[in-house]
Write a protein that binds this ligand. Structure first.
Ligand SMILES: Cc1cc2nc3c(=O)[nH]c(=O)nc-3n(C[C@H](O)[C@H](O)[C@H](O)COP(=O)(O)OP(=O)(O)OC[C@H]3O[C@@H](n4cnc5c(N)ncnc54)[C@H](O)[C@@H]3O)c2cc1C
Length: 382
């Protein structure tokens, strides 16, 4: 039998690539392997579950059996790939060798964990997949106070969602503003004020040193001496692309698994896309880039080598209390920021010396201007 095309990972990258591939090729054997339960879901929905009143079950869109049928593929769940042997075109699942025609790494990114002292580490919940979300929902049932670690995009989205779900939220992060790598300070202030209007309390500057179990819940001890009572902690301090197995197999890695514009790694017949991939120097942990990659890679895998392109990719942040769309200036481009508006309605634009728009941050009613502005934005990978 011909060796299959093997996709490792059944997140949005893995399943979308499989869909695109099947549109062009209905016959080649296709095997998907995933360490998790293989349910199809949209990860962005994890930070809107309370507001939309959906638990993990409610967010699941299809069981792996249904996906296998739809994709004319085999889906192996709860199966962790443990090694790659590029020289022999096979991968390892423990002692079992699996041959591939082409191998696609769509194994995502993992949550960054920092050591926290105290006797309650199990009360800290990273939420990076449907199973994590299910565990958190179960633990949060009947509780009232959540401490969110991290004030990046995902920390702010979780804070907004938990507030909508009726929780009291404290947010702790060692930075001066929310979303520091993404947002102009004026837009960051608008988002913070919006979340505060729902009751969020921000503790920007310190880190969590110690989490201590008490008779009536937990105590979070911060590095600046503050002590915050809470019932559980959501950790949203960042994601790190999975690169270890690729590096061990001799593939070129940097922040992510390094691939060219055809999504090929440094080894023939091995490709990568999604959160784990660094495409022509860009490791973008969003849905739109991986969809472009899935379409291009499906063509390459079916005999029409195709380079991926990225247009402008503005990010809609799910903080409904303060609508926010942001398009940071592309790497290496310097510009000057101007800010219009006040309060919740901020229009921050970054332009180069010739007046060309490089990026923006829009909040509140200024979000309405995004379509017009998007036409002016530069492509990220032309
Ligand atoms: C809470 C949250 C909200 C978000 N909101 C947005 C948003 O609004 N808009 C947006 O554009 N992006 C958003 N993102 C980012 C976006 O969801 C991700 O970029 C995208 O889902 C990544 O998909 P992926 O398939 O690359 O990775 P993942 O979904 O992480 O999938 C990785 C897969 O690989 C498997 N795997 C890992 N290691 C192995 C192994 N060794 N063997 C076998 N299988 C393995 C896993 O089990 C999993 O199936 C959000 C992310 C989060 C966490």
């Amino acid at each position: 039998m011909n060796a299959p095309v093997v996709i490792v990972g059944t997140g949005l990258a893995g399943y979308n690539l499989a869909r695109e591939f099947r549109k062009l090729d209905g016959e080649t054997p296709l095997l998907l392997i995933t360490a998790d339960d293989g349910r199809s879901y949209s990860k962005p929905m994890l930070s809107t579950g309370f507001g939309k009143n959906k638990d993990a079950e409610g967010l699941s869109m299809a069981e792996p059996g249904a996906m296998a049928e739809q994709l004319k593929a085999q889906v192996r769940t709860h199966t962790r790939v443990s090694g790659i042997d590029p020289g022999h075109k096979r991968l390892w699942i423990g002692e079992e060798a699996v041959a591939y025609r082409d191998l696609i790494l769509a194994w995502g990114a993992e949550t960054v964990r920092v050591p926290v002292g105290g006797d309650a580490p199990e009360a800290i919940f990273p939420i990076n997949d449907l199973q994590d979300y299910g565990h958190f929902r179960a633990a949060a049932a009947g509780k009232q106070r959540v401490l969110v670690l991290g004030a990046g995009l995902i920390g702010c989205e979780f804070a907004n969602d938990l507030l909508l779900g009726g929780y009291a939220v404290d947010l702790v992060a060692p930075c001066e503003q929310v979303m520091p790598t993404l947002l102009h300070p004026a837009a960051a202030s608008a988002v913070q004020a919006g979340l505060e209007s729902l009751g969020a309390r921000f503790h920007l500057g310190p880190v969590l040193n110690r989490l201590q179990r008490m008779a009536s819940g937990l105590e979070a001890h911060l590095s600046d001496g503050q002590v915050i009572p809470c019932d559980l902690v959501v950790s949203a301090i960042g994601l790190r692309p999975r690169i270890d197995l690729a590096a061990a197999a001799g593939l070129l890695v940097n922040r992510g698994v390094v691939v060219d514009r055809q999504l090929q790694t440094s080894h023939a017949n091995i490709y990568a896309l999604g959160d784990c991939a660094e495409v022509d120097g860009l490791n973008l942990l969003y849905v739109m880039p991986l969809m472009n990659c899935a379409r291009a890679l499906a063509r390459t895998l079916t005999g029409a080598p195709t380079q991926v392109s990225y247009g402008a990719m503005p990010i809609t942040v799910k903080t409904p209390v303060c609508p926010l769309v942001v398009s940071p200036p592309p790497r290496g481009l310097e510009g000057r920021w101007t800010v219009e508006g006040q309060g919740a309605d901020i229009k921050a634009l970054c332009r180069d010396a010739e007046g060309r728009l490089l990026g923006y941050a829009l909040t509140g009613s200024a979000v309405m201007e995004k379509l017009a502005l998007n036409k002016e934005l530069p492509a990220l990978l032309a």
